[in-house]
Write a protein that binds this ligand. Structure first.
Ligand code: NAD
Length: 476
């Protein structure tokens, strides 16, 4: 059922700077489109450079006191922040459904509950800040890195923002968050939660805008570290802009993850779980297992299971109970997706399964699985960011590993074998930041990040927290 949101949650006309709602210097507005209806459902200001400068300056002032606050003080603030998020679960989930079309049932889990679990993972790891590590005559302290620019995309907007905010605040950093221009409204709700939780003034600031606003923020001289999630291309720009002052950068970028079925793996589970993984959030997940790598002799059997699993995909109104797939987030994503489907057909992949979709309004697309995909094809190399699965056959295990690792990315992956040791042996050889063995579930306290062009640094749990610190060795 559709949750009715107050108009003030959908129409914002201020920015959150220095613990106060302030009027933007800019007259530019962001119009938030509901991708299921193509109607404008909300509005927000688009920050001017002056707005961003004011936010960074307030974060720099607040750093003086927040960076020396005690761990228990910061823990108490974050616990209150988490409690606010829990109390506003339905609004968080609904706002993201409005902004990017995630089916409401999924939204509650991944857009509202998952960020709270992430916050919990950070809280549990804060003890690591309390005692210095001893090495010989040295005490190793972890000091906050400074003022952080957090720049986030639209696909899991609350999860991505909280992954950065919680870890940075726990470490003693202050933050200026710039959410995606596609999903600014859900970030405003995080500002409401921060204010209600009594986060001290200037510790969390939220500005808005698109690429130029992100670039201005990331290049600001008072910013000590940039924590970015989004496309590899934007990550490249941020990294090169950081070179002049050797600013710290952490990047969570794209993926093209492999789901490898070994000869003795549970085919049914590997394939069903693999399809579900790719289709979740309409395929707009950086960790999606988009390349299903299967023994060539089993490909026909694999395709039968994919066809059957495709029957469970329900594309439709994100507010309807039972809908498993909403639209893509915007027209640009839809057009990009359709180009990839065309390229799969043109480059010789065979259609294994396909779901017809009829809505005439909204950025809905038809989920598709290709088989007989060659790993050199465009659909196997580039991040599609839509519900497209590529089945790639292999002859022997060495070839399976070679295909899995033949990618510019290395974010996630999976391997299936009835012999857990064999699966683990294979997992250790996959050049990727996360691997699920036989369906091992996502752990919000385990380090998350990529090899190669999937990024730099790690988020979540203790490792994510440590990414917002500098080590200081004090010799006694
Ligand atoms: P993007 O990388 O363009 O934008 C992500 C965030 O960075 C947004 O807040 C944006 O305003 C900002 N930004 C963009 N360019 C910037 C720059 N040069 N300097 C500073 N900030 C900048 O991603 P998008 O437009 O949201 O989507 C484009 C593509 O990115 C998608 O097609 C998809 O393939 C990919 N994507 C990946 C992820 C992921 O988690 N890996 C998430 C969303 C999108």
């Amino acid at each position: 059922m559709r949750t009715l949101l107050d108009s003030e949650l959908l129409h914002r006309d201020q920015l959150y700077v220095n613990g106060r709602w302030t009027v933007s210097n800019s007259t530019d507005r962001i119009e938030v489109e509901n991708p299921a209806t193509e109607q404008v459902v909300g509005t927000a200001p688009s920050s001017s450079p002056d707005d961003i400068d004011a936010a960074v300056e307030s974060a720099a002032v607040a750093f003086d006191s927040w960076s020396v606050s005690s761990v228990s003080e910061r823990r108490a603030v974050l616990e209150r922040f988490g409690a606010e998020m829990i109390s506003r679960r339905e609004e968080l989930a609904s706002l993201v459904t409005h902004e990017m079309g995630t089916p409401i049932e999924l939204s509650r889990v991944v857009q509202a509950d998952l960020p709270v679990a992430v916050l919990q993972g950070v809280l549990e790891s804060m003890a690591s800040l309390e005692q210095p590590e001893l090495i010989g005559n040295s005490r190793i302290y972890r000091e906050p890195v400074g003022v952080v620019a957090a720049i986030t995309p639209w696909n899991y907007p609350i999860h991505q923002a909280v992954s950065k905010l919680a870890a940075a605040l726990a470490a003693g950093c202050t933050v200026v968050l710039k959410p995606s221009e596609v999903t600014p409204l859900s970030a405003y709700l995080l500002a409401d939660c921060a204010q209600a939780a009594g986060v001290p003034d200037g510790v969390v600031n939220i500005v808005t805008g698109s690429r130029d606003a992100g670039a201005h923020l990331a290049a600001h001289p008072l910013i000590d570290a940039v924590s970015f999630t989004g496309s590899t291309n934007a990550g490249r720009h941020i990294m090169s802009a950081a070179a002049d002052t050797i600013r710290r950068v952490s990047l969570e970028l794209g993926g093209k993850s492999a789901n490898v079925l070994l000869e003795d793996g549970d085919l049914e589970q590997a394939v069903r779980r693999g399809v579900q993984h790719v289709m979740e959030n309409s395929g707009q997940t950086c960790t999606a297992w988009t390349r299903m790598i299967v023994p060539a002799r089993l490909q026909d059997e694999v395709v039968d299971v994919i066809r059957d699993e495709f029957q469970n995909i329900v594309v439709g109104d994100p507010w309807d109970v039972g809908t498993t797939m909403g639209p893509l987030a915007n027209r640009r994503q839809k057009l990009q997706y359709e180009r990839y489907v065309t390229s799969g057909r043109q480059e010789g992949a065979k259609v294994a399964a396909h779901r017809r979709v009829t809505p005439t309004v909204g950025h809905f697309v038809e989920p598709i699985a290709f088989c007989d995909v060659d790993n050199r094809m465009t659909i196997a190399r580039e991040e599609v960011f839509g519900p497209l699965l590529s089945v790639i056959p292999y002859r022997d295990e060495a070839e399976a590993l070679r295909i899995a690792n033949d990618s510019i990315y290395g974010l996630s992956g999976a391997v299936w074998s009835s012999d857990a040791e064999r699966a683990l042996f294979f997992a250790r050889r996959m050049q990727t930041g996360q691997v699920s063995v036989n369906g091992g579930k996502f752990n919000p306290a385990a380090p998350f990040g990529g090899f190669r062009q999937s990024g730099l640094g790690r988020e979540l749990g203790r490792h994510g927290l440590e990414d917002f610190t500098e080590m200081k060795a004090v010799q006694l």
